[in-house]
Design a binder for this molecule. Structure first.
Ligand code: AMP
Length: 412
Protein backbone atom coordinates (compact mmCIF):
# COMPACT_ATOMS: atom_id res chain seq x y z
CA UNK A 1 0.00 0.00 0.00
CA UNK A 2 1.29 3.48 -0.85
CA UNK A 3 2.51 5.41 2.16
CA UNK A 4 0.05 8.13 3.19
CA UNK A 5 1.47 11.63 3.15
CA UNK A 6 0.18 15.16 3.60
CA UNK A 7 -0.97 16.51 0.19
CA UNK A 8 1.57 18.43 -1.91
CA UNK A 9 1.90 22.04 -0.81
CA UNK A 10 0.56 21.41 2.70
CA UNK A 11 2.42 20.79 5.95
CA UNK A 12 1.87 19.68 9.51
CA UNK A 13 2.56 22.09 12.33
CA UNK A 14 4.42 19.81 14.72
CA UNK A 15 4.55 20.61 18.44
CA UNK A 16 8.11 21.97 18.18
CA UNK A 17 6.94 24.57 15.64
CA UNK A 18 3.87 25.59 17.63
CA UNK A 19 5.63 27.97 20.03
CA UNK A 20 6.93 30.26 17.27
CA UNK A 21 3.45 30.43 15.71
CA UNK A 22 1.89 31.25 19.04
CA UNK A 23 4.47 34.01 19.53
CA UNK A 24 3.52 35.41 16.11
CA UNK A 25 -0.17 35.32 16.93
CA UNK A 26 0.47 37.00 20.28
CA UNK A 27 2.43 39.84 18.66
CA UNK A 28 -0.16 40.35 15.91
CA UNK A 29 -3.02 40.33 18.38
CA UNK A 30 -1.36 42.75 20.78
CA UNK A 31 -0.47 45.26 18.06
CA UNK A 32 -3.76 45.06 16.13
CA UNK A 33 -6.15 44.87 19.08
CA UNK A 34 -4.08 47.57 20.76
CA UNK A 35 -4.90 49.75 17.74
CA UNK A 36 -8.63 48.96 18.00
CA UNK A 37 -8.94 46.11 15.50
CA UNK A 38 -11.36 43.30 16.37
CA UNK A 39 -10.90 39.71 15.28
CA UNK A 40 -13.12 38.18 12.62
CA UNK A 41 -13.35 34.64 11.25
CA UNK A 42 -15.26 33.81 8.08
CA UNK A 43 -16.01 30.34 6.60
CA UNK A 44 -13.24 28.33 4.97
CA UNK A 45 -15.40 27.94 1.85
CA UNK A 46 -17.60 30.49 0.12
CA UNK A 47 -19.77 30.71 -3.01
CA UNK A 48 -17.37 30.65 -5.98
CA UNK A 49 -19.09 33.75 -7.32
CA UNK A 50 -17.77 35.82 -4.40
CA UNK A 51 -14.21 35.39 -5.64
CA UNK A 52 -14.89 35.64 -9.36
CA UNK A 53 -16.75 38.92 -8.72
CA UNK A 54 -14.62 40.15 -5.84
CA UNK A 55 -11.06 39.16 -6.75
CA UNK A 56 -11.53 39.59 -10.50
CA UNK A 57 -12.16 37.13 -13.32
CA UNK A 58 -8.88 37.93 -15.11
CA UNK A 59 -6.59 37.38 -12.10
CA UNK A 60 -4.29 34.36 -11.76
CA UNK A 61 -6.10 33.41 -8.57
CA UNK A 62 -9.49 33.10 -10.24
CA UNK A 63 -8.20 31.79 -13.55
CA UNK A 64 -6.11 28.93 -12.28
CA UNK A 65 -5.50 28.77 -8.53
CA UNK A 66 -8.87 28.18 -6.89
CA UNK A 67 -9.92 24.94 -5.21
CA UNK A 68 -13.46 24.86 -6.53
CA UNK A 69 -15.92 22.02 -6.07
CA UNK A 70 -19.60 21.30 -6.41
CA UNK A 71 -21.29 20.16 -3.21
CA UNK A 72 -24.07 17.58 -2.89
CA UNK A 73 -26.64 20.35 -3.33
CA UNK A 74 -25.14 21.31 -6.70
CA UNK A 75 -23.66 24.63 -5.47
CA UNK A 76 -20.27 25.77 -6.70
CA UNK A 77 -18.09 26.45 -3.67
CA UNK A 78 -14.44 27.52 -3.37
CA UNK A 79 -11.92 27.17 -0.57
CA UNK A 80 -11.09 30.81 0.21
CA UNK A 81 -7.95 31.97 -1.64
CA UNK A 82 -7.84 35.31 0.22
CA UNK A 83 -9.54 37.14 3.06
CA UNK A 84 -10.68 40.54 1.81
CA UNK A 85 -13.63 39.52 -0.36
CA UNK A 86 -15.12 37.27 2.39
CA UNK A 87 -14.76 40.02 4.98
CA UNK A 88 -16.48 42.54 2.69
CA UNK A 89 -19.20 39.94 2.10
CA UNK A 90 -19.63 39.65 5.88
CA UNK A 91 -19.62 43.46 6.24
CA UNK A 92 -22.52 43.71 3.77
CA UNK A 93 -24.38 40.63 5.03
CA UNK A 94 -24.34 41.83 8.65
CA UNK A 95 -25.11 45.47 7.82
CA UNK A 96 -21.88 46.66 9.44
CA UNK A 97 -22.26 50.04 7.73
CA UNK A 98 -24.56 51.05 10.61
CA UNK A 99 -21.73 50.55 13.12
CA UNK A 100 -19.34 53.37 13.90
CA UNK A 101 -17.03 53.74 10.90
CA UNK A 102 -14.48 52.72 9.97
CA UNK A 103 -14.99 49.12 11.04
CA UNK A 104 -11.55 47.71 11.88
CA UNK A 105 -11.15 43.95 11.61
CA UNK A 106 -8.22 41.54 11.75
CA UNK A 107 -7.80 37.83 11.10
CA UNK A 108 -5.37 34.96 11.33
CA UNK A 109 -6.70 32.25 9.05
CA UNK A 110 -5.72 29.68 6.47
CA UNK A 111 -6.12 30.14 2.72
CA UNK A 112 -5.92 27.86 -0.29
CA UNK A 113 -4.38 28.41 -3.71
CA UNK A 114 -3.42 25.79 -6.24
CA UNK A 115 0.04 27.24 -6.93
CA UNK A 116 3.27 25.51 -7.83
CA UNK A 117 4.56 24.45 -4.39
CA UNK A 118 8.08 25.61 -3.48
CA UNK A 119 9.98 27.07 -0.51
CA UNK A 120 7.70 29.70 1.04
CA UNK A 121 4.83 28.89 -1.32
CA UNK A 122 2.15 26.49 -0.21
CA UNK A 123 -1.28 25.38 -1.32
CA UNK A 124 -2.66 25.78 2.16
CA UNK A 125 -1.06 28.71 3.95
CA UNK A 126 -1.84 31.16 6.73
CA UNK A 127 -2.16 34.90 6.65
CA UNK A 128 -2.50 37.60 9.25
CA UNK A 129 -4.53 40.43 7.82
CA UNK A 130 -6.25 43.67 8.77
CA UNK A 131 -9.08 45.49 7.01
CA UNK A 132 -10.33 49.03 7.73
CA UNK A 133 -13.71 49.47 6.11
CA UNK A 134 -15.65 52.73 5.81
CA UNK A 135 -13.07 55.50 5.50
CA UNK A 136 -11.17 57.10 2.64
CA UNK A 137 -8.89 59.02 5.00
CA UNK A 138 -5.25 58.77 3.87
CA UNK A 139 -4.40 58.23 7.55
CA UNK A 140 -6.03 54.79 7.21
CA UNK A 141 -3.61 53.81 4.43
CA UNK A 142 -0.60 55.08 6.38
CA UNK A 143 -1.75 53.46 9.63
CA UNK A 144 -2.36 50.11 7.90
CA UNK A 145 1.21 50.14 6.64
CA UNK A 146 2.56 51.30 10.01
CA UNK A 147 0.80 48.46 11.85
CA UNK A 148 2.10 45.81 9.46
CA UNK A 149 5.59 47.30 9.83
CA UNK A 150 5.24 47.24 13.62
CA UNK A 151 4.35 43.55 13.57
CA UNK A 152 7.27 42.65 11.30
CA UNK A 153 9.68 44.73 13.39
CA UNK A 154 8.46 43.20 16.64
CA UNK A 155 8.90 39.72 15.17
CA UNK A 156 12.43 40.60 14.10
CA UNK A 157 11.76 40.03 10.40
CA UNK A 158 15.02 41.12 8.78
CA UNK A 159 15.90 42.88 5.52
CA UNK A 160 12.51 44.51 4.96
CA UNK A 161 11.79 46.82 2.06
CA UNK A 162 8.48 48.67 1.60
CA UNK A 163 7.43 49.44 -1.95
CA UNK A 164 4.61 51.90 -2.48
CA UNK A 165 2.50 52.97 -5.42
CA UNK A 166 -0.88 54.38 -6.33
CA UNK A 167 -3.26 52.93 -8.88
CA UNK A 168 -5.69 55.87 -8.96
CA UNK A 169 -9.39 55.29 -9.51
CA UNK A 170 -10.95 52.71 -11.84
CA UNK A 171 -11.65 55.46 -14.42
CA UNK A 172 -8.00 56.56 -14.50
CA UNK A 173 -6.93 52.95 -14.66
CA UNK A 174 -9.26 52.21 -17.57
CA UNK A 175 -7.79 55.12 -19.55
CA UNK A 176 -4.29 54.12 -18.62
CA UNK A 177 -4.93 50.49 -19.58
CA UNK A 178 -5.85 51.62 -23.08
CA UNK A 179 -2.69 53.70 -23.30
CA UNK A 180 -0.56 50.80 -22.04
CA UNK A 181 -2.26 48.25 -24.30
CA UNK A 182 -1.59 50.51 -27.31
CA UNK A 183 2.07 50.81 -26.25
CA UNK A 184 2.34 47.01 -25.87
CA UNK A 185 0.74 46.40 -29.25
CA UNK A 186 3.24 48.80 -30.83
CA UNK A 187 6.08 46.63 -29.39
CA UNK A 188 4.42 43.23 -29.76
CA UNK A 189 7.35 41.61 -31.62
CA UNK A 190 9.65 41.98 -28.57
CA UNK A 191 7.19 40.69 -25.94
CA UNK A 192 6.78 37.15 -24.62
CA UNK A 193 3.82 35.22 -26.10
CA UNK A 194 2.09 35.10 -22.65
CA UNK A 195 2.23 38.88 -22.36
CA UNK A 196 0.93 39.31 -25.91
CA UNK A 197 -1.94 36.95 -25.14
CA UNK A 198 -2.92 39.12 -22.15
CA UNK A 199 -2.69 42.55 -23.76
CA UNK A 200 -6.45 42.96 -23.75
CA UNK A 201 -7.25 40.94 -20.64
CA UNK A 202 -4.70 42.46 -18.26
CA UNK A 203 -1.90 44.57 -19.79
CA UNK A 204 -0.66 45.65 -16.33
CA UNK A 205 0.66 42.18 -15.67
CA UNK A 206 3.34 42.82 -18.31
CA UNK A 207 5.24 44.68 -15.56
CA UNK A 208 5.56 41.36 -13.65
CA UNK A 209 7.20 39.47 -16.54
CA UNK A 210 10.69 37.98 -16.23
CA UNK A 211 11.13 37.64 -20.01
CA UNK A 212 14.15 39.83 -21.03
CA UNK A 213 12.57 41.36 -24.17
CA UNK A 214 9.41 42.22 -22.25
CA UNK A 215 11.43 43.79 -19.44
CA UNK A 216 13.25 46.03 -21.93
CA UNK A 217 9.97 47.15 -23.45
CA UNK A 218 8.46 47.77 -20.00
CA UNK A 219 11.38 49.99 -18.96
CA UNK A 220 10.04 52.58 -21.40
CA UNK A 221 6.34 51.97 -20.80
CA UNK A 222 4.00 54.74 -19.60
CA UNK A 223 3.37 54.52 -15.83
CA UNK A 224 0.09 54.92 -14.03
CA UNK A 225 1.45 57.12 -11.25
CA UNK A 226 2.10 59.87 -13.83
CA UNK A 227 -1.51 59.67 -15.00
CA UNK A 228 -3.30 60.07 -11.65
CA UNK A 229 -6.28 62.45 -11.39
CA UNK A 230 -5.50 65.47 -9.15
CA UNK A 231 -7.59 64.22 -6.19
CA UNK A 232 -5.87 60.81 -6.28
CA UNK A 233 -2.43 62.41 -6.53
CA UNK A 234 -3.37 64.58 -3.52
CA UNK A 235 -4.58 61.52 -1.57
CA UNK A 236 -1.31 59.74 -2.32
CA UNK A 237 0.71 62.79 -1.22
CA UNK A 238 -1.22 62.77 2.08
CA UNK A 239 -0.42 59.09 2.62
CA UNK A 240 3.26 59.74 1.94
CA UNK A 241 3.36 62.73 4.29
CA UNK A 242 2.10 60.50 7.11
CA UNK A 243 4.58 57.73 6.38
CA UNK A 244 7.35 60.33 6.40
CA UNK A 245 6.08 61.70 9.72
CA UNK A 246 6.14 58.18 11.16
CA UNK A 247 9.69 57.70 9.79
CA UNK A 248 8.64 54.75 7.68
CA UNK A 249 11.00 54.44 4.72
CA UNK A 250 9.67 53.30 1.36
CA UNK A 251 10.59 53.11 -2.28
CA UNK A 252 8.12 54.45 -4.82
CA UNK A 253 7.40 51.75 -7.35
CA UNK A 254 5.29 52.89 -10.30
CA UNK A 255 5.16 49.34 -11.64
CA UNK A 256 3.70 47.82 -8.49
CA UNK A 257 0.63 45.89 -9.58
CA UNK A 258 -0.92 43.51 -7.13
CA UNK A 259 -2.37 40.24 -8.37
CA UNK A 260 -5.94 41.13 -7.38
CA UNK A 261 -8.29 43.38 -9.32
CA UNK A 262 -9.98 45.21 -6.48
CA UNK A 263 -7.24 47.66 -5.58
CA UNK A 264 -7.59 51.41 -6.17
CA UNK A 265 -5.36 54.31 -5.05
CA UNK A 266 -2.68 53.16 -2.56
CA UNK A 267 -0.97 49.78 -3.02
CA UNK A 268 2.05 48.46 -1.13
CA UNK A 269 4.18 45.40 -0.78
CA UNK A 270 6.79 44.39 1.79
CA UNK A 271 9.65 42.10 0.91
CA UNK A 272 12.37 40.54 3.03
CA UNK A 273 15.76 39.86 1.47
CA UNK A 274 16.11 36.90 3.82
CA UNK A 275 13.56 35.04 1.69
CA UNK A 276 14.55 33.50 -1.63
CA UNK A 277 12.49 33.78 -4.78
CA UNK A 278 9.26 34.17 -2.80
CA UNK A 279 10.38 37.39 -1.13
CA UNK A 280 6.97 39.02 -0.57
CA UNK A 281 6.08 38.97 3.12
CA UNK A 282 2.92 40.98 2.92
CA UNK A 283 1.03 43.53 0.92
CA UNK A 284 -2.21 45.31 0.46
CA UNK A 285 -3.82 48.57 -0.41
CA UNK A 286 -7.04 50.46 -0.82
CA UNK A 287 -10.09 48.82 -2.36
CA UNK A 288 -12.72 51.57 -2.47
CA UNK A 289 -15.04 49.81 -4.92
CA UNK A 290 -15.17 46.27 -3.53
CA UNK A 291 -17.99 46.54 -0.99
CA UNK A 292 -20.22 48.15 -3.60
CA UNK A 293 -19.25 45.52 -6.15
CA UNK A 294 -20.46 42.87 -3.68
CA UNK A 295 -23.88 44.51 -3.34
CA UNK A 296 -23.25 46.93 -0.46
CA UNK A 297 -23.29 50.72 -0.31
CA UNK A 298 -20.31 52.71 -1.64
CA UNK A 299 -17.71 52.09 1.10
CA UNK A 300 -14.03 53.04 0.82
CA UNK A 301 -11.67 50.59 2.54
CA UNK A 302 -8.04 49.60 2.91
CA UNK A 303 -6.26 46.47 4.13
CA UNK A 304 -3.33 44.08 3.95
CA UNK A 305 -2.37 40.46 4.43
CA UNK A 306 0.97 38.98 5.45
CA UNK A 307 2.08 35.37 5.01
CA UNK A 308 2.62 33.54 8.29
CA UNK A 309 5.06 30.97 6.86
CA UNK A 310 7.19 33.72 5.32
CA UNK A 311 7.16 35.79 8.49
CA UNK A 312 8.31 32.73 10.43
CA UNK A 313 11.03 32.00 7.84
CA UNK A 314 12.45 35.52 8.05
CA UNK A 315 11.82 36.25 11.77
CA UNK A 316 14.17 35.92 14.69
CA UNK A 317 12.86 33.08 16.76
CA UNK A 318 11.94 34.24 20.19
CA UNK A 319 9.24 31.82 21.27
CA UNK A 320 7.18 32.49 24.36
CA UNK A 321 8.03 30.61 27.55
CA UNK A 322 6.32 27.25 27.93
CA UNK A 323 3.31 26.92 30.22
CA UNK A 324 4.49 26.17 33.74
CA UNK A 325 3.58 22.88 35.41
CA UNK A 326 2.32 23.60 38.93
CA UNK A 327 1.72 20.02 39.95
CA UNK A 328 2.90 16.66 38.70
CA UNK A 329 0.68 13.85 39.94
CA UNK A 330 2.59 10.64 40.37
CA UNK A 331 0.40 7.58 40.85
CA UNK A 332 -1.79 5.51 38.60
CA UNK A 333 -4.92 4.87 40.66
CA UNK A 334 -8.28 6.58 41.02
CA UNK A 335 -7.13 8.90 43.89
CA UNK A 336 -4.36 10.28 41.65
CA UNK A 337 -6.93 11.05 38.96
CA UNK A 338 -9.19 12.76 41.52
CA UNK A 339 -6.30 14.96 42.69
CA UNK A 340 -5.50 16.02 39.10
CA UNK A 341 -9.14 16.97 38.54
CA UNK A 342 -9.35 18.90 41.81
CA UNK A 343 -6.11 20.74 41.04
CA UNK A 344 -7.35 21.82 37.61
CA UNK A 345 -10.65 23.04 39.06
CA UNK A 346 -8.57 25.22 41.39
CA UNK A 347 -6.74 26.69 38.37
CA UNK A 348 -3.46 24.79 38.65
CA UNK A 349 -1.61 23.47 35.59
CA UNK A 350 -1.55 19.77 36.35
CA UNK A 351 0.11 16.89 34.51
CA UNK A 352 -0.71 13.31 35.29
CA UNK A 353 1.59 10.33 35.00
CA UNK A 354 0.37 8.37 31.96
CA UNK A 355 3.35 6.29 30.91
CA UNK A 356 3.47 3.78 33.78
CA UNK A 357 6.93 4.97 34.86
CA UNK A 358 8.59 3.83 38.06
CA UNK A 359 8.54 6.30 40.99
CA UNK A 360 12.07 7.30 40.09
CA UNK A 361 11.14 7.73 36.42
CA UNK A 362 8.18 9.87 37.43
CA UNK A 363 10.34 12.16 39.58
CA UNK A 364 12.69 12.58 36.61
CA UNK A 365 9.81 13.40 34.31
CA UNK A 366 8.48 15.99 36.79
CA UNK A 367 11.94 17.59 36.88
CA UNK A 368 12.04 17.69 33.04
CA UNK A 369 8.71 19.51 33.02
CA UNK A 370 9.92 21.93 35.68
CA UNK A 371 7.01 21.02 37.98
CA UNK A 372 6.86 23.01 41.25
CA UNK A 373 5.30 20.20 43.27
CA UNK A 374 5.16 16.44 42.82
CA UNK A 375 2.29 14.59 44.48
CA UNK A 376 3.00 10.94 45.28
CA UNK A 377 -0.46 9.40 45.54
CA UNK A 378 -1.09 5.92 46.87
CA UNK A 379 -4.04 3.83 45.84
CA UNK A 380 -5.51 4.18 49.39
CA UNK A 381 -5.67 7.96 48.85
CA UNK A 382 -2.76 9.07 51.02
CA UNK A 383 -0.74 11.85 49.43
CA UNK A 384 2.83 12.97 49.93
CA UNK A 385 3.53 16.41 48.47
CA UNK A 386 7.13 16.93 47.52
CA UNK A 387 8.64 20.35 46.79
CA UNK A 388 10.53 19.81 43.56
CA UNK A 389 13.16 22.36 44.56
CA UNK A 390 14.01 21.40 48.14
CA UNK A 391 12.81 17.78 48.07
CA UNK A 392 10.95 18.53 51.32
CA UNK A 393 7.90 16.28 51.85
CA UNK A 394 4.57 16.79 53.53
CA UNK A 395 1.85 14.21 54.13
CA UNK A 396 -1.74 15.33 53.56
CA UNK A 397 -5.08 13.55 53.76
CA UNK A 398 -7.00 13.66 50.49
CA UNK A 399 -7.10 15.77 47.33
CA UNK A 400 -8.86 18.82 48.82
CA UNK A 401 -6.27 19.22 51.56
CA UNK A 402 -3.46 18.70 49.04
CA UNK A 403 -4.72 21.40 46.69
CA UNK A 404 -5.34 23.81 49.58
CA UNK A 405 -1.80 23.25 50.76
CA UNK A 406 -0.30 23.88 47.30
CA UNK A 407 -2.34 27.05 46.83
CA UNK A 408 -1.31 28.31 50.25
CA UNK A 409 2.32 27.57 49.49
CA UNK A 410 2.07 29.45 46.20
CA UNK A 411 0.33 32.45 47.55
CA UNK A 412 2.00 32.97 50.92
P1 AMP B 1 -1.64 38.19 -1.45
O1 AMP B 1 -2.95 37.83 -0.82
O2 AMP B 1 -1.36 37.43 -2.71
O3 AMP B 1 -1.41 39.65 -1.53
O4 AMP B 1 -0.53 37.64 -0.46
C1 AMP B 1 -0.19 38.29 0.75
C2 AMP B 1 0.95 37.53 1.39
O5 AMP B 1 0.53 36.20 1.67
C3 AMP B 1 2.16 37.35 0.50
O6 AMP B 1 3.02 38.46 0.61
C4 AMP B 1 2.78 36.10 1.06
O7 AMP B 1 3.56 36.39 2.20
C5 AMP B 1 1.58 35.30 1.49
N1 AMP B 1 1.22 34.29 0.47
C6 AMP B 1 0.48 34.44 -0.65
N2 AMP B 1 0.36 33.29 -1.32
C7 AMP B 1 1.04 32.36 -0.62
C8 AMP B 1 1.30 30.96 -0.78
N3 AMP B 1 0.82 30.28 -1.81
N4 AMP B 1 2.04 30.32 0.16
C9 AMP B 1 2.54 31.02 1.22
N5 AMP B 1 2.33 32.33 1.42
C10 AMP B 1 1.59 33.00 0.53
Amino acid sequence: MARLQAPRGTYDVLPEAAAARLALETVARRILEGAGYERIETPVFEATDLFSRGVGASTDIVQKEMYTFTDAGGRSLTLRPEGTAPICRAYVEHGMQVRSQPVKLWYLSQFFRHERAQAGRFRQFWQVGAETIGSDDPAVDAESIALLMAILTELGVGGIELRLGSLGTPATRAEYREELAAYLRAHEDRLSPEVVARIDLNPLRAFDADHPGTREVMAGAPVLMDALAPEDAEHFAEVRARLDAAQIAYRLDPTLVRGLDYYARTVFELTSDLLGAQSAVGGGGRYDGLVEQLGGPHTPACGWAAGVERMLLSAEHRPLPREVCDLYVSGTGVPAFALAAEGRRAGLNVQLELAGRSRKGQRKQAARLGADVVALVDDDGSIALEDAGSGEQKLVAGATAAVAHILKGRHL
